[in-house]
Design a protein around this ligand. Structure first.
Ligand code: ADP
Ligand code: MG
Length: 209
């Protein structure tokens, strides 16, 4: 269970962003919609423990993560949370395969070549295993970013605009894969996006304004 109450975030020099209260059951799947600038990425970063709320409480499985130290947050994030970033955040000098294995290592998980290969195969990118990240298109990088989040078998999957660089066909593929994978491992899935194409794929939705 992930719960947010009276959450606010204030950037230095920025206005305070206020978020609606939420309560996500373990294993549930949520779409958080909102136009550009509505705070989607900020909310995801709060959930990931990459930022701390200025006000309000944020808890995961009964633990107040807004009270965690930076070291506790790093550990929590590495072990429990798979993040699909909007812009890659890869080690560009490493191959696709090594980026996936590195994610497992940093998350304190067993390095599992078979699982990593199966993941990119299900995303239609099996021929990219040994390729450098710098040789991939933006859409391919986005799918590898998804694979990297999933190979950790996280309890929570957070995705920032996972379909923004994808055509309709690949959007459908990626959303189906991410939902199926979340279901398989019982992970809570939270996608933030402005992409209205995703609306019909989710029962649970929150709108930011
Ligand atoms: P979204 O992802 O929905 O487009 P963001 O969470 O990125 O929205 O941004 C929400 C608001 O916070 C916007 O008004 C944006 O300009 C502001 N903001 C985002 N990042 C920063 C930052 N690093 N410093 C100051 N203001 C920021
Ligand atoms: Mg954003």
């Amino acid at each position: 269970m992930i719960e947010g109450q009276s959450l606010h975030y204030q950037y230095p020099d920025g206005k305070s962003i206020q978020f609606p209260d939420f309560s996500f059951q373990q294993g549930s799947q949520w779409l958080i919609l909102g136009p550009s600038g509505s705070g989607k990425t900020t909310l995801l970063q709060l959930l990931a423990g990459l930022r701390k709320p200025s006000k309000g409480s944020l808890s995961m499985n009964g633990k107040r993560i807004d009270n965690y130290s930076a070291a506790e947050l790093d550990k929590h994030r590495g072990a429990e949370i798979g993040i699909v970033f909007q812009k890659g955040q890869f080690v560009n000098s490493l191959s696709v395969g090594d980026n996936l294995l590195l994610a497992q290592y940093l998350g304190g998980k067993k390095q599992d070549v078979k699982l990593c290969k199966a993941m990119i195969t299900s995303l239609g990118l099996e021929d990219k295993w040994g390729k450098k990240l710098s040789t991939l298109s933006q859409g391919e990088r986005q799918r590898i970013s998804l694979a990297r989040a999933l190979v950790k078998n996280p309890k929570v999957i957070l995705a920032d605009e996972p379909s923004s660089a994808l055509d309709d066909e690949n959007t459908k593929k990626v959303v189906e894969l991410i939902k199926a994978q979340a279901t398989e491992v019982g992970a809570t899935l939270i996608i933030v996006t402005h992409d209205q194409r995703l609306k019909d794929n989710f029962q649970h939705k929150i709108e930011l304004s």
